[in-house]
Design a protein around this ligand. Structure first.
Ligand code: ADP
Length: 166
């Protein structure tokens, strides 16, 4: 019998910056996948006001997962499904925090299936304490000088301090 293929997953998003909620989803993914690409999209954020550049976000994610060579931080342009196919990823991971995420995430999953039907979307739920957490909230609170150390890892704190001062 031939050896089983490694299970490769992609976790795409803006990650501006990566939060402990994202990290939680990534770590849960490693229970079902052998390799994970945490993939920062160039396109998805253009409409939003970003704090970190895509390159900075990739650098931060690399630091956060420095101890785990199963996780690779990458940036991608264009369609996520094309990037996934190029990297041999057959599973796309998305986090579901609350019902409010559900409608958009389901639309996205259906559209991605139209684009490449061999890519399976897997939804994972984070630890309860991260289920209200978003990058935009972290940016907002950090920008106003609030303590967000419970919600992001030390490398992210360091970069936020450098970016925002204080
Ligand atoms: P986008 O910019 O596409 O909205 P994000 O970069 O914020 O995405 O997040 C990427 C994915 O991670 C999305 O599936 C989002 O629902 C999920 N996610 C974001 N924050 C959390 C969290 N605190 N817990 C679980 N999943 C999360």
């Amino acid at each position: 019998m031939s050896q089983a293929q490694p299970v490769i997953a992609i976790y795409p998003g803006s990650f501006d910056p990566i939060t402990r909620g994202h990290e939680d989803i990534a770590r849960r993914t490693l229970r079902i996948a052998d390799r994970l690409y945490v993939a920062v999209a160039y396109t998805a954020t253009q409409a939003k006001k970003s704090l970190f550049t895509v390159e900075e976000r990739v650098g931060i994610i690399r630091e956060v997962f420095a101890g785990d060579d199963r996780v690779e931080a990458v940036a991608f342009r264009g369609l996520m499904v094309d990037f996934a196919r190029d990297r041999g990823a057959r599973f796309v991971i998305r986090g579901l925090r609350a019902v409010s995420d559900f409608e958009y995430e389901l639309q996205l999953a259906q559209m991605n299936r139209e684009l490449w039907e061999e890519l399976e979307t897997v939804f994972l739920a984070p630890e309860l304490e991260y289920s209200f957490l978003s990058s935009s909230l972290v940016r907002e609170v950090a920008g106003l000088g609030g303590d967000i150390s419970r919600f992001v890892s030390p490398p992210v704190m360091k970069r936020l301090r450098a970016k925002l001062g204080g």
